[in-house]
Structure formats: C-alpha cells, structure tokens
Design a protein around this ligand. Structure first.
Ligand code: SAM
Length: 279
C-alpha cells in the first residue's frame, strides 16, 4: 500500500454508480487487511468486485462501541482498517462518528478520504444561490416533532439540506409548505442512478407535484430549501441603511452601522448601499 499503513481510512463509497468510487478509495479497499462495514452482506459484492482480500468487521449503528474497540486493537497492532457505510460517506447520517472518535481518543491516526455524499452531490446540482448551507440530515419521523424542528430552522439565512425516506416524503414536503410558505424547494431523487431527477419549484407546489406521478415518490431523496431572505433585503437593514445614507454617511460607514444596529450582514448592506448610490 502506498498510503501510511496503521491508520483508520474513512472511505466514501458510491451512492449508486460504481464508477464514482475514487482510485484512492479503490486502492485502499483492495489493500487493507480489515474493512469495517455497516452491513457486511451489502458491501460484500463491492469488495468482491475490487478483488479485495480484507476480512470484515461489522460496524453498524447498534455495535459501534464494540466495533470501535476491535478497530483500535487492530490499529495498535499496526494493521490498517478501512471504514465504509452502505453508501456515501461514513458518519454522515450513517454510523462511523463514534468509531472515529474512539480511534482518535486512542491516539491512532484517522485518514478521511473525499468522495460521494448525497448532500453535497444534491446541493451542487440544485441551482440554489445561497452562499451558505445547513446540513440537517433526517428530520424526526413524528409529525409534531418534525414541524417543531422545521419551525426552528425557519429564520436561517442559509439553504437547508435534508435527507428523507420515500415513505415519508409526502408528509415532510407538506409540513415544509406549511412552515416555509413561499421558498424554493429542490427535490433531488435517485442521484447517480438510472432515474435521477432534480426538480425545483415553490415549496407550496411540492406536494401536488409529487402526487401527480407515483414514480416521483420512489427512491432516495435529498430535499433542499432556499434560505430565509437576508435582513438587508427583507426590510430592517435596508430601512436603516437608507436613513444613514440620507444623513450623508459614506457607504462603508453606513453599511457598518446599519449592520451593527439590525444584525443584517455587513457585506450585503455594503453591496446594497453601492447599488442605491449607483441607481
Ligand atoms: N452517508 C450517506 C451520504 O454520505 O450521503 C447518507 C446515508 S443515509 C442513511 C441515506 C440517505 O441519504 C437516503 O435516505 C437519502 O436521503 C440520501 N441518499 C443516499 N443516496 C442517495 C441518492 N442516490 N439519491 C438521493 N439521496 C440519496
């Protein structure tokens, strides 16, 4: 192996398209003596296809502590271990975080590899313009808790990224429409697979769109919502900025003060002040 050997390699695996396994991931899976896998039966075909000789260690949500102890043992004996989940990046709405924490706490090396992840794949194809995003993962499965969680996210000025299972997508999109009113919803389904689709629409229309064709409710989903409009655009920041400019303050100072007074983003107010001056 060309990489450092006695380390825990956190290895992302494809979401659906096998060609998305990176060359580095392939080399590591083929050469490490141990692979810790969320579901050893599920990962078997991938490892077999790569010609991997590794022995497997089950590492799922219900045995992460024991798995971590076994992995630390292997690392301390000088053997490398690769950690994989069923699909995508381990530790991202998947088991793995506890194992990584235990390995780091034991003073052993953790080497994470970049690679497939449904959240970043979906976001990069969403067309959402928000500068920041918040990855939430799975919302609570119970309606009341889900709506409460969504309410708490309503004022965030960043895009929101959720994972959702097909049997809950209708109720979740319905709740999103109730809480978020007129935001943009992007529904990314079956990424990297045969029936991949990415569709954006006003969140209020999401439920009807999904119901129009039962195929739209099948498969794996990433749901994304555009963020709350920034204060600068939504009123208070702009109002204060205009007052300060009317008093003759220079653009930079007006933006700085309006930001301090209202909490609106300084850069957005600065851009707005320049636009107001120009227009
Ligand atoms: N660790 C994975 C990752 O890095 O994306 C996520 C694992 S989580 C248990 C599974 C969820 O990820 C699915 O319910 C779905 O929301 C999302 N997901 C996984 N594969 C997907 C795909 N091909 N298309 C859309 N969403 C996907």
């Amino acid at each position: 192996m060309t990489e450092e050997s006695a380390a825990l390699y956190v290895v992302p695996t494809p979401l659906g398209n096998l060609a998305d396994l990176t060359r580095r991931a392939e080399e590591i899976l083929r050469t490490v003596p141990w692979v810790a896998a969320e579901d050893t039966r599920h990962s078997g075909p991938l490892l077999k296809q790569l010609g991997a000789q590794a022995r497997t260690i089950p590492a799922h949500q219900h045995n992460e502590h024991e798995a971590a102890a076994r992995i630390v043992e292997k690392l301390q004996a000088g053997e490398a271990v690769a950690l994989i989940s069923d699909a995508g990046t381990p530790g991202i709405s998947d088991p793995g975080a506890r194992i990584v924490a235990a390995v780091r706490a034991a003073g052993c090396k953790v080497i994470p590899l970049p690679g497939p992840c449904a959240a970043t794949t979906a976001l990069s194809g969403s067309g959402l313009l928000d500068e920041h995003f918040l990855f939430y993962g799975f919302l609570p499965s119970k309606g009341g808790q889900r709506r409460q969680a969504l309410e708490e996210l309503r004022e965030h000025e960043c895009a929101l990224v959720f994972y959702e299972a097909p049997h809950r997508v209708l109720e979740t999109v319905e709740d999103m429409a109730t809480v978020f009113g007129n935001r943009t919803l992007v529904i990314a389904r079956e990424l990297t697979k045969l029936f991949e689709s990415i569709h954006s629409l006003p969140v209020a229309e999401g439920l009807a769109w999904l119901k129009e064709d039962p195929n739209r409710q099948r498969g794996e989903f990433v749901l994304m919502l555009s963020g709350a409009p920034a204060n600068a655009e939504s009123g208070e920041g702009e109002r204060v900025l205009k007052l300060l400019l009317a008093e003759g303050l220079p653009v930079k100072q007006a933006a700085k003060l309006a930001s301090a007074i209202t909490g609106a983003a300084k850069n957005a107010l600065y851009d707005l002040a320049l636009a107001l001056k120009a227009g």
